[in-house]
Write a protein that binds this ligand. Structure first.
Ligand SMILES: [Zn+2]
Length: 250
């Protein structure tokens, strides 16, 4: 780190749990964000500000007027731009010392698996069940930790799935792929704006802890937030021994 970096990241370096070594690990780390919307905005902003060396944004959508109530890395002047381009601009304005890859696509299949395998942590900031399952499969296969968040109306949830940890469930252990889900995408439902900020910031915190190698990750625990009463509930979650996605992992 040069003098400017030592100053920029001094409030992390001052933390015993992070220090210079932890910050160096963050600077050398690669984070993949699936979704550059309500959850992806705060998550990406904090990762960029914290100096995560390479951030990849994946999203096939464009900035729309209805996004701006909660997707805080986009701006009125960038309506109509691809979200990943708008996001890249926002992140580099905060921190020009990092690399940001803007991929305007809906990654799936082999392409998604390659992307996941090329990163150190994945943040699922998507808004639909099919994508969540595909991202989970790719993370299990590549043994890359997954930080999954979701928000609908006044309800949020967040957890970390890290199959490098023998005791950790995968996302499908908790939400089986064949479960009949009402896929209520944010595109058609109400969302209380600050809730995506809260959950997205928790995702950033968990990702940074994993990258810096500090703290205790949110593995085996699902945090649920009811924004109406501002009540957190923690549920212990374990592996499903017959989970078709992760039961055969080595
Ligand atoms: Zn599983």
């Amino acid at each position: 780190m040069d003098d400017r970096q030592l100053l920029r990241y001094s409030r992390h370096i001052l933390l015993d749990e992070i220090g210079i070594e932890g910050q160096e690990r963050v600077l050398g780390a690669r984070a993949l964000l699936i979704g550059a919307g309500g959850l992806g905005s705060p998550a990406a902003l904090y990762l960029a500000a914290s100096g995560v060396g390479r951030i990849t944004l994946v999203d096939d959508d464009e900035v729309d007027l209805t996004n701006l109530q909660r997707q805080v890395m986009h701006t009125t002047s960038r309506i109509g731009q691809p979200k990943v381009a708008s996001g890249r601009e926002a992140l580099l304005q905060i921190n020009p010392g990092i690399e940001v890859a803007a991929l305007r696509e809906r990654a799936a299949g082999e392409r998604l698996r390659e992307l996941v395998a090329a990163h150190d942590v994945v943040l699922d900031c998507s808004d639909n069940f099919a994508t969540r399952q595909a991202v989970n499969r790719a993370c299990v296969l590549a043994r890359v930790p997954l930080v999954a968040g979701a928000v609908i109306r006044f309800d949020g949830q967040v957890s970390v799935f890290d199959v490098r940890d023998e005791a950790s469930p995968c996302y499908a252990c908790l939400f089986p792929e064949d479960s009949r889900f009402e896929d209520a995408a944010c595109s058609s439902m109400g969302v209380f704006a600050p809730l995506v900020g809260v959950i997205g910031a928790v995702q950033a915190a968990e990702a940074l802890k994993l990258l810096a190698g500090c703290g205790r990750p949110l593995v085996g625990r699902l945090l649920m937030l009811d924004g109406r009463g501002m009540e957190w509930t923690e549920v212990r979650i374990g592996r499903n021994p017959s989970c078709p996605v992760c039961h055969a992992r080595g």
